[in-house]
Design a protein around this ligand. Structure first.
Ligand code: UDP
Length: 336
């Protein structure tokens, strides 16, 4: 398809880890992804499949300008702050960015006649699991302001669908992992808090050790179980969500997880095998609000979106992350 015939999709946060993989998937599906990002955590080098437009979510004038220029067929909204512990210490920032910012974006969509949005939500909207694996109907009692900020926007989206015909899919991510097979893009957060990149930094000798937060949980080896999902599989679900919105009205939510659980120790063991590094560990107290097991029931996304993860084996996720880790210009000075 000629570039002029391809519909554009506005991707907020398109310069980030998940956002850059989403842009690649969206471009492959025949759209032009227009990244809207303030680069507070993303990288200009990660924007490779469409234009980069700098801007804040709370800048209504800038949003109007970009929407008028590109006339997006839909928005994929990933921009937001994501560090749970930071959200506990400084909730104001999280509510301002993730809630006010998202509402500003929705209102810009209404002003500019854009009627469909795919929203990057999180398993953090559920809180302590009452049922495992968790279906979308699981009670929603977030344990921190980050999760609350995501839940608030899901609720706003329900009201906006009814009142303004603004239709949405909220995608509740479990633990995104891995990197695109090409090695072009991958995970590179300014402050790293996620298990797999921390483990790989230890494997590469950039950290003395990796912390295991709690080894006395009621799980098969005492460490937390999480549901890791390859970021490229996650990205593909956004394309399917766009297609779903072509034929559905209302506000919808889907879990994006593998449905399979992996312990912290299992991640470290696989990383030792793949990297050949020793990866020394130290046992630390559990992080507040970290449940023993977080596992998705992904059957709704499979049934209604036709989503089928293909790259989410643990080995594949860790080895693609390791390939990326060896290329990316991550800081070398982190010795903790
Ligand atoms: N974790 C850990 N050490 C670390 C970082 C994380 O033991 O340095 C554990 C954490 O307690 C959780 C799992 O690894 O059980 C995944 O944590 P991550 O921060 O990657 O994602 P989250 O599940 O918090 O979204």
């Amino acid at each position: 398809m000629a570039a002029a015939d391809r519909p554009t999709i506005l991707v907020t946060g398109g310069a980030g880890y998940i956002g850059s993989h989403v842009c690649k998937a969206v471009a492959r599906a025949g759209y032009i992804p227009v990244t809207y990002d303030n680069l507070c955590a993303g990288h200009a080098w990660a924007v490779r499949w469409g234009p980069l437009e700098g801007g804040d979510l709370i800048d209504a004038g800038r949003l109007d300008e970009v929407m008028r220029q590109y006339k997006p067929a839909a928005v994929i909204h990933l921009a937001g702050l994501i560090v749970v512990s930071e959200s506990v210490k400084d909730p104001a920032q999280y509510y301002l960015n993730n809630v006010n910012g998202s509402i500003g974006l929705l209102d810009a969509m209404r002003r500019n006649g854009v009627e469909r949005i795919v929203f990057s939500s999180s398993a953090a909207v559920y809180g302590e699991p009452e049922i495992t694996p968790m279906p979308e109907t699981h009670p929603q009692q977030p344990l921190n302001p980050y999760g609350t900020s995501k839940l608030m926007i899901e609720r706003v989206l329900q009201d906006y669908a009814r009142a303004y015909n603004l239709h949405s899919v909220s995608l509740r991510y479990f633990n995104a992992a891995g990197a695109d097979a090409s090695g072009e893009i991958g995970e590179a957060h300014p402050v790293e808090t996620h298990l797999i990149p921390l483990v790989l930094e230890a494997a590469a000798g950039k950290r003395h050790s990796v912390a295991i937060y709690g080894d006395d949980y009621p799980t098969r080896d005492g460490t937390c179980i999480r549901d890791y999902i390859h970021v490229s599989d996650l990205a593909e679900a956004h394309v399917l969500a766009l297609r779903y919105l072509d034929n559905s009205v209302g506000a919808h939510a889907f879990n994006l997880g593998n449905g399979a659980g992996t312990t912290v120790r299992e991640v470290i063991d696989v990383a030792r095998r793949i990297t050949g590094g020793t990866i020394p560990v130290r046992i630390e107290p559990p992080r507040p609000g970290d449940p023993a097991i977080l596992l998705a029931d992904p059957s709704r996304a499979r049934r209604l979106l036709g989503w089928q993860p293909t790259q989410s084996g643990l080995e594949q996720m860790v080895s693609s992350a390791w390939d990326w880790h060896q290329r990316v210009p991550v800081p070398q000075q982190i010795m903790v």
